[in-house]
Design a protein around this ligand. Sequence first.
Ligand SMILES: C[S@@+](CC[C@H](N)C(=O)[O-])C[C@H]1O[C@@H](n2cnc3c(N)ncnc32)[C@H](O)[C@@H]1O
Length: 320
Amino acid sequence: MQSPIQQNIFADDVRGGLSAAPKFLSSKYFYDDEGSRLFQEIMKLPEYYLTKSEYEILSGQTKEICAAFGAETGEFDLIELGAGDGAKTSLLVDFFLKRQTDFTYVPIDISVEALKCLTEKFAAQFPNLSIQAEQGDYFLTLQTFKSKSARRKIILFLGSNIGNFGKAQAQDFFKSLRAVMNDDDRLFIGFDLQKDPRTIVRAYDDAQGVTAEFNLNLLTRINRELGADFNRAEFSHYASYHPIEGAARSFLLSRRAQTVFVKTLNETFEFAAWEPIFMEISQKYSPEMIEELAHASGFEVAGNFTDDKKFYVNSLWKPI
Ligand SMILES: C[S@@+](CC[C@H](N)C(=O)[O-])C[C@H]1O[C@@H](n2cnc3c(N)ncnc32)[C@H](O)[C@@H]1O
């Protein structure tokens, strides 16, 4: 459950999104208890290659990655934005703990449920780990980074989280991060690479319908938390990939003309037949786009780590 302030922001965002043309809902609200559980299911799906590719990179190249962080000696904070279940990060944490490195793990996530699972799991798995979990929106928490500690920062942004930003928004986000980083801090980002569009579309429209359920669950959340009367059966999930933009997008389509009332907002929203609600962008990158993005936001690429199929890259950036 979110705080009253967070609930007000949620309500305002839903009002803004459903009043816009085209309508949209922010994907950061996917992750209530059920959304976090469904995302765990998605990560296990055969079609969802992203988690498998990133796991292959972090498990197969742990030593090289940690060496590239330059963090095996000296104390630092390992800050993770949108940590989720931390399953892949546990590989790095385990590596550093075994070398008795002095670090604190700082997972930040907007989802109360995801953070609760992660902290319980890590406490059991790594009893000696110093951990300072923070619940909140990383756009807001990053403002406190400079004052938080004088220690070196290794910032992780895994899971192709950055794909959920449009290109301009990604650049703005990295510029804001750069502004709170010191020269010896590092940023380690998971990018999903451009590939056969059919492989990409399957990842966002799986045969079992788990991704559809994940999207529809946001309507259930709005019904429960904001007293709305969305009839989920009247909306259907649709995913597509645009090869020129290199972006996958997910939508919920209104199957007929209908009106939805949201009690907390005391407002009704009209939907035309087959009108879309834009739910999520998943931007795919080329190696050149990653280089350009790094330079445009005040970084240089210090190393790239890829999987065998070249589906995915974890890119290490250093401030310039
Ligand atoms: C795609 S999952 C990735 C999870 C994990 N990093 C991984 O690689 O498996 C996105 C995670 O980011 C969190 N998240 C999304 N938007 C956020 C925001 N604005 N602030 C903080 N956390 C956010 C979600 O709750 C979710 O746990």
